[in-house]
Design a protein around this ligand. Structure first.
Ligand SMILES: Nc1ncnc2c1ncn2[C@@H]1O[C@H](COP(=O)(O)OP(=O)(O)OP(=O)(O)O)[C@@H](O)[C@H]1O
Ligand SMILES: [Mg+2]
Length: 161
């Protein structure tokens, strides 16, 4: 199994929206994006940016209390926030694994709260950069075919060094 990793520096929310748009151009049905990193690192900003780029136009409330918000755009988008899961088993008991199906694009904040390891997927780890509005994004493919990795990272290469 191959894995590709790229680290990019993100300047402000605007920069996070650009990253979202670049990634979204190569994401589709059946894909999952795991968004990792501490509170306030921009997981929700990035999730919204990806969803917007995929045609979601309605307001996107934070799913922290509901755990899942679904959007029926041309491509169905599922926005998960697992922060409030009581324990990993709850993810399956609530049938959330089935919501992450082949017809939708799944964007998952706090994936570490569930024992769930779908492949192929993209893992994005966000951390604070040199100033308050700068973030580092470590972008890693998990279980993805070489061809798809190339495609995804070529979209990033157009935006970043
Ligand atoms: N480069 C940046 N990218 C994204 N957000 C940024 C950036 N710089 C500053 N911010 C700010 O950081 C905050 C990110 O909030 P957000 O809700 O997306 O975090 P989160 O990782 O989803 O947190 P939580 O774990 O609580 O869900 C926002 O207030 C946003 O304005
Ligand atoms: Mg969030």
């Amino acid at each position: 199994m191959t894995a590709m990793i790229k680290t990019v520096t993100i300047y402000g929310e605007e920069g996070m929206r650009s990253l979202g748009a670049a990634l979204a151009s190569k994401l589709g049905a059946g894909d999952a994006v795991f968004l990792r990193g501490e509170m306030g690192m921009g997981k929700s900003v990035l999730a919204r940016a990806i969803a917007r780029a995929k045609g979601v136009t309605e307001t996107m409330p934070s799913p922290s209390f509901t755990i899942l918000q679904s959007y029926e755009a041309k491509l169905p988008v599922r926005h998960f926030d697992l922060y409030r899961l009581e324990d990993p088993a709850e993810f399956y008991e609530a049938g959330l694994d089935e919501e992450m199906g082949p017809e939708a694009l799944s964007l998952v904040e706090w994936p570490e709260m569930a024992d769930f390891d779908p492949e192929p997927r993209l893992d994005i780890y966000l951390s604070r950069g040199a100033c308050d509005d700068i973030r580092e994004a470590d972008i890693e493919t998990v279980g993805m075919s070489g061809a798809r990795e190339e495609e995804l990272f070529s979209a990033l290469a157009e935006e970043y060094e």
